[in-house]
Write a protein that binds this ligand. Sequence first.
Ligand code: ASP
Length: 354
Amino acid sequence: MNYEIVKIRSSQGVSKQCAILIIYTGGTIGMSQDASGSLVPFNFMKVLDHIPELSKIEVELTMISFPKPIDSSNVNIGDWQALGHIIYENYDQYDGFVILHGTDTMAYSASALSFMLEGLAKPIIFTGAQIPIGMLRSDARENLITAIEIAANQRNGCPLIKEVCIYFNQGLFRGNRSQKMRSSTFAAFDSQNYPILAVSGIDINYNETALAKPNGLAPLRLHKDFDDNVAILKIFPGITQALFISILGIKNLKGLIIETFGSGNIPNEAWFIECLKKAVENQIIILNVSQCSGGDVIHGRYKTSKKLSEIGIISGGNITTESALVKLMLLLGTKKSNEMVKNSLKSPMNGEMD
Ligand code: ASP
């Protein structure tokens, strides 16, 4: 892991009620225009200049920054490992964590951390912005301040939120259930297959029945080995056998997500099933996830998905593609047997599917 962590601000003179670590990774929230007019991340210190309100929050804040903030389209496994390490190493010193991250891949990173940190019983709240903090109509200020408030919310000395979430545009979502749905409105995120965890207005109203309730007894464990020998294949009308065969023939491919129609359907043509069957026989793990953001994969509901379970394709149920991908990479990274990986894919690991 190459990340050097820089401690850049610690609030002073605040009675210590709750300690929150803010980790800045980059994203639109901290971007400005370069000479050509494109948005690029800038130094985190400048972000602070735009949020003087932070000094008024009754929370002890510590902030660290990736040395080279990134556009989250560049996020990779190393960045997830860096985030996992930062949280693991600072877990006992802080009551909660806020991660400033670009929106493009926030759902992937939130899903990754939810699986990497087994036994998590503190809040990790991802947030960012659609308009950079320095611009007049930026959504950054509200997103960041409310994310800190949520991370600092305690009940009887314990954090109320004990899971990885995304806070954006007045909504708190379970991280591994979220998807970026919109790129040009403030309401970037949704979690179609899981209720919203909180809505922020004049008050922050929590949907307490939907919150994760780990008992917090087990020590935190960090899983950080991913296997990137995976692929996602979106099925489309007119897809050719040649394309299918070339994807399944990728050297060292170990896991494939097929993004199928509706409740998990594929075309009826015989070559589909033959190719998939052969791939399963060649030890490639294939997970079926729907192209629809809302709803479940149900093998056998239609004839067009009837044979999938018979040939060993796993139904992803109502998991998101983002969550499915990182779960598959992390499970393959454990080097467990194919049977064990398949069994883990069939059931929830950390609230990512029903
Ligand atoms: N491209 C940006 C990123 O994901 C978009 C954003 O932050 O909203 O880093």
